[in-house]
Design a protein around this ligand. Structure first.
Ligand code: PAF
Length: 258
């Protein structure tokens, strides 16, 4: 049985019944796809109870139109989560999560300043703040994050360690379409033509000898490149295709150099 919980007070009342259960948590912004599904299935395997949150967090969007365009699919998402056997879907409202506005926030001053953080100022303050709020409310034993957002995973892990949060932050392998494009809620915003071209992004990122060559080839292929960089034994890239921004990363050990 899946319960949909819409307020913090209702979750607190419900979670009193779960004192001896291990709770696995998958925070999402909805528009669920097979990538989310793999996180949920892992949580269901590894924990007694699985909670999935759906909250499109406005404070992590530095571009208002990106927030407005972000795909929303609540009814379909809830149906999928029921089918998967998730125990709780937590869907708080903005006022519930941000009663004080956005005056208290979690800020990291190093990792959050590069790549995604440099391209999207304030993005990681919003992510860390909302994840801190959600972890403090749900109080899971384990929380699951996709490696497509590897920088986000690193920052959340760092925050959990810095604040001694009693939760294991677990990275999960990126799930890809057959042509190699990493699954993302934003992919539905690509036109048919853009979707076909988008497969070149992971291909070029993974098979170029250097980051400079990768950026050049991506521009030649029609992408507008935000960055291609290497850090933490990985190669990262972010590009724009029309109005859609795509990010991806690969372990350096998996890069195929010609
Ligand atoms: O990765 C996401 O979907 C979001 O950044 C998260 C972790 C749910 C926070 O809003």
């Amino acid at each position: 049985m899946t319960s949909v919980i819409r307020t913090i007070a209702d979750w607190r009342a419900e979670s009193k019944r779960l004192l001896n259960a291990t709770v696995g948590f998958v925070p999402t912004m909805g528009a669920l796809h097979a990538g989310h599904q793999s996180l949920v299935e892992r949580s269901l395997r590894e924990n007694d109870v699985t909670v999935v949150s759906i909250f499109v967090n406005p404070t992590q969007f530095n571009d208002k139109s990106d927030f407005e365009r972000y795909p929303r699919n609540d009814a379909q998402d809830i149906e999928l989560l029921k089918k998967l056997g998730v125990h709780y879907v937590f869907m708080p409202g903005y006022q519930d999560l941000y009663p004080e506005g956005f005056t208290v926030r979690v800020v990291e001053n190093e990792i959050s300043r590069v790549m995604e953080g440099a391209s999207r100022p304030g993005h990681f303050d919003g992510v860390l703040t909302v994840v801190m709020k959600l972890l403090s409310i749900v109080r899971p034993y384990r929380a699951y994050f996709g490696e497509k957002d590897y920088q986000q995973f690193l920052l959340i892990k760092k925050m959990a360690d810095a604040f001694f949060l009693p939760v294991e932050i677990i990275p999960c392998t990126t799930i890809r379409d057959a042509d190699g494009l990493a699954l993302s809620s934003r992919n539905v915003l690509l036109s048919t033509e853009e979707r076909a071209k988008a497969a070149l992004f992971p291909q070029i990122l993974k098979t170029s000898a250097t980051v400079i060559l990768a950026a050049q080839k991506l521009e030649q292929a029609g992408f507008s490149v935000d960055y291609v960089e290497e850090a933490w034994d990985r190669r990262f890239g972010a590009v724009r295709l029309g109005k859609v921004r795509l990010i991806d990363n690969f372990p350096l050990a998996s890069i195929i150099k010609p």
